[in-house]
Design a binder for this molecule. Structure first.
Ligand SMILES: *Cc1c(COP(=O)(O)O)cnc(C)c1O
Length: 416
């Protein structure tokens, strides 16, 4: 039974303190960065405080960050990796065996699709893509007895579709499969998929959790649910140790430092993004705006129910002037740097079709060529609106033919 004194401290309090207690030896308020590969033993297999032996298995800086993130995601354990892709790879290899089948939601991150389609397929893993974010379509895509993992991302990238995690969890349970939610976009500040029935959450901590565009990282967070009779946490711990794509101490420190301010930053990202979306919608030279916080978004009601305290910091839109206008917009903006990635304090813009989503061209999951994705930063709102206005004016000029030439994005497309 839960007594009032058992109530969890609030999210912002946990973000600052959980896993981040002052150093018991020196009193340093911020736990030190344990930049070490190995740990001295007092006798054979006699370890000092914490039982650390070798940093691939455990390292206090990484473990502190893992504890902090597990707390924010309401999970039992978290595992930190060198990148989001390393985390996804570790999770999938921990739970899958040759012959197993994976169901991917249509809008999953391009790297996730590539991992399943081009890497894991060589190891006998099959996959299908759900044509939408709907749980009914997911259920129809399941192969009974063969599907072992359902993989969902909500809100999705770059179209900001929203899925019902609880409904997907029911589909996964009925199929005897694991539900994995990539929570990179929503972050634990807005959504805790484990409390909605997901078995595991993955993050690219490169994005909002690091929050400052200065570190690559990834994480898997799991709850109590067993997987084929074994605790999922044990399978993940073994995979992380045995395959070794761990986050280094300095990267884990940066991610932990970012995570402390996540609730505060996400609050500002959400306020700015909603106003940016409203401003874009008010413009006649903008044909379409995708943001779940707008009342006309097809899943606005679902998003209001499932996201807690805001609708995230990503907005995408299509200028009325088509692809020439889209390219001119990203060229003309002064506040939004033309760049892949997202989730940092600074604003970034990209044209997904030729940058982040080039691998989908020619598939049913191709995104429109004139779609612009904005990662709305935490700068002053007035500066956002002023910049968007001048960049849209320039874009409208380009679309009507007085272009000063749009930037060539082909080198960026190759890099992404
Ligand atoms: C960036 C990203 C990833 C991959 O993470 P890396 O840190 O780049 O390896 C996975 N999922 C989503 C939603 C992302 O945005």
């Amino acid at each position: 039974m839960t007594r009032p004194t058992d109530a969890l401290p609030g999210l912002a309090t946990r973000a600052v303190h959980d896993g981040q207690q002052p150093d018991p030896v020196t009193g340093a308020v911020v736990p030190p960065i344990y930049q070490t590969s190995t740990f001295v033993q007092d006798g054979v297999n006699e370890f000092r405080t914490g039982g650390h032996e070798y940093s691939r298995g455990s390292n206090p800086t990484r473990n502190g960050f893992e504890e902090q993130l597990a707390s924010l995601e309401r999970g039992t354990r978290a595992f930190a990796f060198a990148s989001g892709m390393a985390a996804e790879d570790a999770l999938l290899r921990a739970v899958l065996a040759p012959g197993d089948h994976v169901v991917l939601a249509s809008d999953v991150y391009g790297g996730t699709f590539r991992l399943v389609d081009q890497v894991l397929s060589s190891w006998g893993i099959e996959h299908s893509v759900v044509p939408s974010a709907s749980a009914d379509d997911a259920a129809a895509t399941v192969r009974p007895g063969v599907t072992r993992v359902l993989w969902l991302e909500t809100p999705s990238n770059p179209l900001l579709r929203v899925a019902d995690v609880a409904a997907w969890a029911v589909v996964a349970r009925d199929a005897g499969a694991l539900l994995v939610v990539d929570n990179t976009f929503a972050t634990p500040a807005l959504q805790n998929p484990l409390t909605l029935g997901a078995h595991a959450v993955v993050h690219s901590t490169t994005k909002y959790i690091g929050g400052h565009s200065d570190v690559l990282g990834g994480a898997v967070v799991v709850g109590d649910a067993p997987w084929r009779g074994e605790p999922l946490a044990e399978l993940m711990a073994f995979q992380q140790f045995a395959c070794g794509a761990v986050a280094g101490p300095f990267d884990a420190f940066l991610a932990a430092r970012g995570l402390k301010t996540l609730p505060l930053r996400v609050e500002r990202h959400c306020v700015n993004a909603l106003e940016v979306a409203r401003f874009l919608r008010s413009r006649e030279d903008v044909a379409e705006v995708n943001y779940p916080g707008l009342e006309e978004h097809p899943q606005h009601e679902l998003a209001s129910r499932t996201l807690n305290g805001g609708f995230g910091g990503i907005v995408s839109f299509r200028p009325a002037g088509g692809v020439a206008a889209a390219h001119e917009f990203v060229r003309a903006s002064r506040l939004y740097s033309l760049s892949v990635s997202l989730g940092g304090v600074e604003s970034l813009a990209c044209v997904p079709q030729s940058m982040t989503h080039a691998s989908r061209v020619g598939t049913p999951y191709e995104v429109p060529e004139d779609l612009v994705r904005l990662s709305v930063g935490i700068e002053d709102l007035a500066d956002h609106l002023a910049d968007l206005e001048q960049a849209l004016d320039a874009a409208a000029g380009a679309a009507s033919g007085d272009s000063r030439g749009s930037r060539d994005t082909s080198s960026v497309a190759r890099a992404a």
